[in-house]
Design a protein around this ligand. Structure first.
Ligand SMILES: *[C@@H]1O[C@H](CO)[C@@H](O)[C@H](O)[C@H]1NC(C)=O
Length: 246
């Protein structure tokens, strides 16, 4: 196996009018690691003076030594890594994971997705009203996510306001079914009944204390679910969200 590998390298380097791109010899480079000329999910490493061929972990492609998410390999969609080359290996799937490594959409939810590491799936949650975007493999505004435009928060009224937990100054403003996090103007509080910013006091909210508390304390009322507090970008593991809602 190692012998064949070495022969292959020498042949390619010696071929003058070879149609394939010449394969670089890793033993002739400083890093001792080079990309395979034909397959973007393979690389050559110089081991004891001999070029040896390696596969990236399943689902990843070679991007360079000390780069990528593991072993010099990265998610293929991060850049045009495979331009002009193909992947040698097909997907090895496990439950929720199309490939052993990657970020994949959820089967039944627009706000959730899976991160897969060596075939083990971890459920993730988009926060701050964001939805999982299959194209960018990240959380995104609902307007940018085809097929998931409407957010459950705005189901009752596509253009209404929705209370944010027990917060007295922040709320969701639905615009055509897309929620946006809003803050009442200074000295006003969000009234859950009228769903508007009003002059306090209301049933739930007193006049803001003077001087106002530092933003960090003010922004984290006890009973607001974690995913409704933070703003984009980002996601939280699902385990972190199972706090009781009032
Ligand atoms: C990946 O998982 C397999 C079996 O599930 C295990 O044998 C292997 O050592 C793991 N590889 C890494 C890099 O963790």
């Amino acid at each position: 196996m190692e012998f064949k590998t070495v022969v292959g390298v020498l042949f390619l380097l010696g071929a003058v009018n070879c149609q394939k791109r010449d394969q670089e010899d890793p033993c002739q480079t400083k890093t001792r690691v080079v990309a395979d000329a034909t397959y973007c999910d393979r690389y050559w490493e110089c081991v004891d003076g001999q070029a040896e061929l390696y596969d990236c972990p399943n689902g990843l492609v070679f991007v360079g030594k000390h780069r990528g998410v593991t072993e010099g390999c990265d998610y293929p969609w991060r850049a045009n890594y495979c331009e002009g080359r193909q992947q040698a290996n097909g997907p090895l799937s496990t439950e929720h994971c199309e490939w052993l490594y990657g970020i994949f959409g959820h089967e039944s939810s627009c706000t959730r997705f899976w991160t897969c590491w060596n075939g083990t799936a971890t459920e993730q949650l988009c926060i701050g009203g964001l939805l999982y975007n299959e194209k960018t493999h990240s959380c995104d505004w609902p307007d940018n996510v085809e097929g998931c435009q409407k957010h459950p928060l705005c189901n009752d009224d596509a253009n209404g306001n929705v209370p944010l937990g027990k917060s007295c100054n922040r709320y969701w403003q639905c615009q055509g079914g897309y929620p946006r996090l809003q803050r009442c103007p200074a000295m006003l509080v969000f009234d859950r009944r009228s769903r508007r910013c009003v002059v306090p006091p209301t049933e739930d909210c007193d006049v803001p204390t003077t001087p106002p508390p530092p933003p960090a304390e003010e922004d984290e009322p006890e009973n607001v679910p974690a995913e409704f507090i933070n703003l984009p970008p980002g996601a939280l593991p699902v385990q972190n969200r199972n706090r009781p809602r009032n």
